[in-house]
Design a protein around this ligand. Structure first.
Ligand SMILES: C[S@@+](CC[C@H](N)C(=O)[O-])C[C@H]1O[C@@H](n2cnc3c(N)ncnc32)[C@H](O)[C@@H]1O
Length: 550
């Protein structure tokens, strides 16, 4: 058993999470140590977040140089004492409080990964901003503070290796971090770790290794993705090199390491051209505010005090959510009613329930305490379309035909354009739409994908204003068919249609013709096909004609 395995088996996960103790796998530690040690002369090394000292232990197998280290958790330190190699000076102190003027030839770290609300960020963000003249904001994650401080502590010719979550490469708070990295002129390699067993599996985040060198030898940064540990060494030479002056910190850098879909399509515009995405209703105490029929009977509260509302994404299985489905959920005693005490707060039963809320402290919770009165429900209209917040593989859009409210399990999509909502929805359910939105996603480990409302507002869609009248009629007909009978084949037809209209070529004619021949039977009653008059290998219209779908 390694020291890390022993520690994991004896210390509860809660403690490890609180201190962000996710350990570097030995192979990765070895690779990172090799990078920092590959320089002519080294006389000082820093390990800012020691843990059980995987880096110091690895360095010691080939190098005797003195190592300074920092660690704030006495429990892990008491375990680490059994394995401290020679010449390692561990400070039981916060690295962010350490002397900025102390310089090192090599720095290596797997810093803590804590969101802004899990540590006292303001003091440290201010300190980094003062020292580096940056404008890091309050959302900045502590790992980027470690990174920027360490880079500033490198001696000329020195090297640094950090393993961090890749989130900052694509998030809003990361813009300032990327700016500072580019200005430092030290960043050489960004290696995205894409093993199925990811380095930070328990932390639910994708890791990347950053290799820096404080020399004037390169004006390029290489981006690479490594799918298995044995390819880590090669990643140094096999990345895509981008000139530093071409890298824009304002952009998501994901486009340099994952194939972007945006370049495949013509005429893309921001989704905000057509729609506004906002989060669903946050109650602050779902158990209290949501009701099923039995609970309504139990408290004897009248129906007019409730809003029909989807509270759990699992309750919606179809992509077109109808009134009938809502009634079925209600009859099956699912929690689909949202209590709004403001609708009749003179009623005795409502008063009793509000009193119960106050007796159990519901009125003192974070969200309720800030409302007036505490039991008021956010004023958010039902949206015609929902989109799921967490997604396993692809984004899921749902047509809210029932016109009911939704909690934060879905984001609300409001149509703010002249376009018919059915047309908008028919586009959103296609793979084309999902592929393009994926370029703006926040990826988590284990295939979990999260979209914040702004990821979608700022994401791209094809310019639906370019649809002709005939094309809109065609899409509307397909939507009507989907509404009667949801069949994936219709969605595939829509997908082919949008792919054909907004890409240069239909890339895989055989695949599309196959689908078309399957749809042929289904489509007998859709009469109005769009004519597309532009030079293509073979237009959708020609394909449809060819297969005689009339
Ligand atoms: C992600 S773990 C990495 C441990 C080890 N270096 C490795 O790679 O396996 C980060 C370590 O930093 C410690 N830590 C957290 N905040 C710190 C701080 N402000 N200064 C120094 N160490 C800190 C944690 O207790 C934890 O042991």
């Amino acid at each position: 058993m390694t020291p890390e395995e022993k520690y994991i088996s004896s210390v509860p996960l809660d403690h490890r999470k609180k201190h962000a103790q996710f350990f570097t796998p030995p192979d990765i530690a070895h690779f990172m140590c090799k990078w920092i040690l590959e320089q002519n002369e080294i006389s000082s090394i820093l390990e800012p977040a020691y843990g059980l000292g995987i880096f110091s232990r690895t360095i010691r197998t080939s190098c005797d140089v003195k190592i300074d280290a920092y660690e704030t958790d006495d429990i892990i330190l008491s375990h680490a004492t059994n394995y401290i190699p020679k010449q390692v000076n561990i400070n039981y102190a916060d690295y962010l409080d350490s002397d900025w003027e102390q310089k090192y030839d090599a720095i290596i770290c797997n810093p803590p990964y804590l969101k802004f609300h899990d540590y006292n960020n303001s003091k440290y963000i201010l300190s980094v901003n003062n020292h580096l003249n940056t404008k890091l904001n309050g959302f900045t994650n502590i790992y980027t503070l470690f990174l920027l401080k360490s880079i500033s502590q490198l001696n000329n010719g020195g090297r640094l290796a950090y393993i961090v979550p890749s989130e900052f490469l694509n998030s809003d708070y990361g813009v300032e971090v990327k700016k500072a990295l580019l200005e430092s002129g030290t960043l050489r390699h960004i290696i995205i770790i894409d093993f199925s067993q990811c380095a930070f599996n328990e932390a639910l985040t994708t890791a990347c290794i950053l290799l820096c060198s404080k020399d004037d030898q390169s004006k390029k940064i290489s981006f690479s993705v490594v799918n298995e540990i044995s390819n880590l060494e090669n990643s140094i030479n096999n990345g895509i090199n981008i000139n530093i002056d071409q890298l824009n910190p304002e952009e998501k850098w994901k486009k340099y390491y994952s194939e972007t879909n945006i370049i495949k399509y013509n005429n893309l515009v921001p989704f905000s051209t057509f729609a506004k995405v906002s989060r669903g209703i946050a109650t602050g105490a779902n158990n209290y505010f949501t009701f099923n029929k039995s609970k309504i009977e139990r408290y004897n509260i009248k129906d007019h005090c409730f809003l029909p509302c989807i509270c759990h994404s699992a309750d919606v299985s179809n992509q077109i959510f109808s009134n009938d489905e809502f009634t079925e959920l209600a009859n099956n005693d699912k929690s689909v009613f949202l209590f709004n005490g403001c609708l009749d707060n003179y009623d005795d039963h409502v008063k009793n329930y509000l009193k119960l809320g106050e007796d159990s402290g519901i009125n003192k919770k974070y969200l309720t305490a800030s409302r007036k009165p505490w039991y008021a429900i956010e004023n958010r209209k039902p949206s015609p379309i929902w989109v799921s917040v967490f997604n396993r593989k692809k984004l899921k859009f749902i047509m809210n035909e029932a016109g009911v409210y939704n909690l934060t399990t879905f984001h609300c999509v409001y149509n703010i354009s002249n376009l018919d909502t059915n047309i908008l929805f028919s586009y959103l359910i296609t793979d084309v739409a999902k592929e393009i939105f994926m370029d703006n996603s926040r990826q988590y480990a284990n295939g979990l994908i999260k979209f914040e409302p702004n990821d979608l507002n700022k994401g791209y869609v094809v310019d639906l204003r370019l649809l002709t009248h005939q094309e809109k009629t065609f899409i509307q007909q397909i939507y009507d068919k989907l509404k009667c009978h949801y069949n994936e084949l219709y969605v595939q037809l829509l997908d082919i249609f949008f792919r054909d209209k907004y890409t240069m070529n239909l890339h895989n004619i055989k695949y599309y013709t196959n689908i078309l021949s399957k749809i042929k039977i289904e489509l007998k009653k859709v009469k109005s096909y769009p004519t597309i008059n532009h030079s293509k290998q073979l237009s959708l219209f020609e394909l449809i004609e060819h297969y005689g779908i009339q």
